[in-house]
Design a binder for this molecule. Structure first.
Ligand SMILES: NC(=O)C1=CN([C@@H]2O[C@H](COP(=O)(O)OP(=O)(O)OC[C@H]3O[C@@H](n4cnc5c(N)ncnc54)[C@H](OP(=O)(O)O)[C@@H]3O)[C@@H](O)[C@H]2O)C=CC1
Ligand SMILES: O=CC(=O)O
Length: 324
């Protein structure tokens, strides 16, 4: 008998067909209030789930007695209670590496749009406010030859650093808990304390995972250390930033602008104060959202799911080594 699997996010037809060849699939393009109770019923029999964004915690796992694998179609896995999964012998997998270039491109886009005021000036043209040659009040700030400080110099961080160093002649600073020798050797990246990085950088880009340690990592004290001409970019998770502190820093001119792909609450409410600020560029969590990359992520998630259900080692496991 084929193993029962739930795919709870939209995946390309080709990927779904591949999973269906080996599994008995229940497919929800997305979970909603209307289908959630059906999903929970299916979960009691499921051996595998595949999708993005589902909060997999103790409560949910208590209902999912037959579960063998949770295949996340994201690299970040702060939605998964890894200790609970491991304690139950459930394998968790994610989709690292295949999205690095696309997410780094998104971060570069936020850096350029915030410093060069691209969105604001686009609005000015479309509103018919371009009456004369643009004067100083609309000038932006350079990106090239400036200092880029990356908090979280991992796979995505170093892919961004490569672009900034080779394409924009930027000087790279970074802060991690451990050293990234590749970035130091190849990009002359300079390892800094968080405080040094914040004080010196013209662009601060946050790319850590969301963990107990990184929750609220950027607060009043941290924004206070930044240059008033610096921009802050968040590509990690919304909860790594105290949003009230960010609003305060922007209102008081303590920083120049912010480029955000992630928010504490997603979708971010339309009346959120950050959305009414002229110097905030806001994206709807689209770091990896290109056709090509989302396709590759879904393929990798399917590879992980099918390997785990076949008793093989999945390509990108999270907790495999902790399962006995
Ligand atoms: N906006 C989007 O669409 C996307 C968002 N992301 C987010 O980016 C995150 C990073 O992805 P990826 O680069 O693949 O992950 P990696 O694990 O490769 O990199 C994470 C980096 O963060 C550092 N880090 C972890 N904890 C801390 C800490 N407490 N203080 C300082 N640095 C820390 C790690 O270094 P060390 O262990 O030495 O501290 C590591 O270098 C994801 O977890 C996800 O949240 C990723 C893809 C798309
Ligand atoms: O936020 C996206 C991810 O892949 O993590």
């Amino acid at each position: 008998m084929k193993p029962k699997v739930i795919v709870y996010s939209r995946v390309p037809d080709e990927v779904l067909t591949r999973i269906k060849k080996e599994c008995d699939v229940t497919y929800y393009e997305k979970l909603t209030n209307d289908n959630y109770s059906d999903f929970m019923k299916e979960l009691t029999e499921a051996e595998g789930v595949l999708g993005s964004g589902l909060k997999v915690d103790k409560q949910l796992l208590e209902k999912a007695k037959r579960l063998k694998v949770v295949s996340n179609i994201t690299v970040g896995y702060d939605n998964l209670a890894i200790d609970e999964l491991t304690a139950r012998g459930v394998l968790a997998t994610n989709t690292p590496t295949v999205l690095d270039d696309t997410v780094a491109d998104t971060m570069m886009a936020l850096i350029l749009t915030t410093r060069r005021r691209v969105v604001e000036l686009d609005q000015l043209v479309k509103n018919g406010e371009w009456k004369d040659s643009i004067a100083e009040e609309h000038f932006g700030l350079d990106v090239h030859h400036k200092k880029l400080g990356i908090i979280g110099m991992g796979r995505v961080g170093q892919t961004l650093a490569k672009r900034a160093y080779a394409g924009f002649d930027m000087e790279i600073l970074y802060h991690n808990r451990s050293r990234n020798e590749w970035a130091e050797d190849t990009l002359q990246a300079k390892y800094c304390s968080l405080e040094e990085l914040l004080e010196q950088s013209d662009v601060v880009c946050l790319l850590t995972p969301l963990t107990k340690e990184t929750e609220g990592l950027m607060g009043n004290q941290q924004f206070e250390l930044m240059k008033s001409s610096a921009v802050f970019i968040n590509g990690s998770r919304g909860a790594t930033v105290d949003e009230q502190a960010l609003i305060h820093a922007l209102e008081e001119g303590k920083i120049y602008a912010a480029g955000l792909d992630v928010y504490k609450e997603e979708p971010v409410p339309v009346d959120h104060p950050l959305l009414s600020m002229r110097n905030v560029v806001s994206l709807p969590h689209i770091g990896s959202a290109t056709h090509e990359t989302r396709h590759n992520m879904a393929q990798l998630a399917a590879d992980n799911l099918l390997a785990a259900l076949n008793g093989a080692s999945p390509p990108t496991p999270i907790n495999e080594k902790d399962l006995s």
